[in-house]
Write a protein that binds this ligand. Structure first.
Ligand code: DOR
Length: 432
């Protein structure tokens, strides 16, 4: 597989009127222009995009790829396979591996594994630990991690409880790379796998109040403003947090935020029947939270979408609810699942391009394709009419843990290209 000259003809593209032709050369966009049915594009490999939607491929700022150390859940090769199938060209992977990515040897190993398995991409960008071993006591060697290739720092999964240490970590990271924080008061949230409310009461589950998230969001906003150091808030799940972020942004606070497809599509009603597939941290919340998040995403209060791809093995989910691991496998299905919101008129294709491709690349300083000449030819083709059912074998990820199992989705990524190299292609299978 090398970067070929490609002519992707007769596609529709969000924000453009009429059908378009995309020409790619040397791994870069040559032009995106109105469709010319007479053009022969003789020197180009032609891809007939009739009926398909062309978008820049996606950047996921939040994935758990489990290598090193937990390869029974996922490894870098399988995680990037899921990324390619899901339409992603850039994946930021979290530091809660075993050993933790808190030193350059782990970062370099991750980068090496990615290059071996997927030499042309999807590209892997490690996120370094904020504290040694994610223990929240000692700062990780962030300069060393940055030098080795980390593009952000986070204690995701193990939020830093000690605000003085968190403050020092933000100051230290300021000249290096953005800090991503998993916002959760670790004491209030401890051991709770459900949102605290009517549903947790009904099911008899220990609940995690939305205030546990919002308290930490407030702390982080105050620190970001006080220190004038940016902070990125991971997987925001509730209205209370949205309100704090909205007010902070109005004051000009250096804050960005993400939410995930599952918080826009599901509520804690998914826990009825004690379905461990829907157990995730932060937990699925109420419909009012869900609708507030959709509005916030459209308004840009929430800057980006991210998957929080958290693959687990079957035996880690086929347990009593309280014992099951938190997390949803999301790379394979993210775009197709979100398409339901486009079909409902709640999101537009432009929202998806802005929030899942352009903004995350901007925030983390990664390659970005706006289809202007010379941009990296990172793109996907999406068939908005293709209906399919999510089954374990339809997922490239080793993690089959998604509440979407057995559900029909309409819309499917049929081709992904990274730097002009096609890394996923089922166009012929779908008759395009
Ligand atoms: O649901 C989650 N799973 N939330 C996290 O913060 C961590 C993640 C994981 O690593 O499984």
């Amino acid at each position: 597989m090398t970067a070929q000259a490609l002519a992707v003809t007769n596609v529709r593209a969000p924000g453009r009127d009429g059908a378009c032709d995309l020409l790619v050369e040397g791994g870069q966009v040559r032009e995106l222009s109105p469709h010319d049915p007479k053009a022969e594009h003789a020197a180009f490999r032609r891809i007939d995009g009739r009926g398909l939607l062309l978008m820049p491929s996606l950047t996921d700022a939040h994935a758990h790829l489990r290598e090193p150390g937990q390869e029974w859940k996922e490894d870098i090769a399988s995680g990037l396979a899921a990324a390619a199938a899901g339409g992603f060209s850039n994946i930021l992977c979290m530091a809660n591996t075993d050993p933790v990515n808190d030193n350059e040897a782990v970062t370099r190993l991750m980068l090496r594994r990615a290059k071996q398995a997927w030499p042309h991409g999807p590209r892997l960008f490690p996120i370094g630990a904020l504290t040694v071993g994610l223990k929240g006591r000692e700062l990780a060697p962030m300069a060393e991690l940055r030098e080795a290739g980390c593009v952000a720092f986070s204690n995701d999964g193990e939020p830093v409880a000690d605000t003085e240490i968190f403050r020092r970590a933000m100051e230290y990271a300021a000249d290096l790379a953005p800090v991503i924080d998993h916002c959760e008061d670790p004491f209030m949230a401890k051991g709770a796998g459900a949102n605290e409310g009517a549903m947790s009461a009904r099911l008899g589950l220990r609940g995690q109040p939305d205030a546990a998230e919002a308290i930490q969001v407030a702390r982080d906003i105050l620190l970001a403003e006080y220190l004038n150091v940016p902070i990125h808030l991971a997987h925001v799940s509730c209205r209370r947090a949205v309100e704090l972020i909205s007010a902070a942004k109005k004051r000009g606070a250096p804050v960005t935020a993400e939410t995930c497809p599952h918080y826009l599509l599901m509520t804690d009603a998914a826990l009825l029947g004690y379905d461990t597939m829907a157990k995730v941290n932060p937990p699925l919340r109420t419909d009012a939270d869900r609708l507030a998040l959709i509005d916030a995403l459209r308004a840009g209060v929430i800057d980006i979408l991210a998957t929080d791809h958290a693959p687990h093995a079957a035996h880690e989910k086929e347990t009593p609810f309280e014992d099951a691991k938190n997390g949803i496998s999301g790379l394979d299905t993210a775009l197709a699942a979100l398409w339901e919101l486009v079909r409902q008129g709640r999101l537009t294709p432009e929202d998806i391009v802005t929030r899942f491709a352009w903004r995350p690349a901007e925030i983390f300083g990664l390659p970005v394709n706006r289809f202007t000449p010379g941009d990296p030819a990172d793109f996907l083709l999406f068939d908005p009419e293709d209906s399919w059912v999510v089954t374990p074998t339809s997922l490239r990820s080793k993690g089959k843990n998604t509440p979407l199992l057995g559900q029909p989705l309409t819309g499917r990524v049929v081709l992904t290209a990274v730097g002009g190299v096609v890394v996923h292609d089922i166009t012929s299978a779908t008759g395009a």
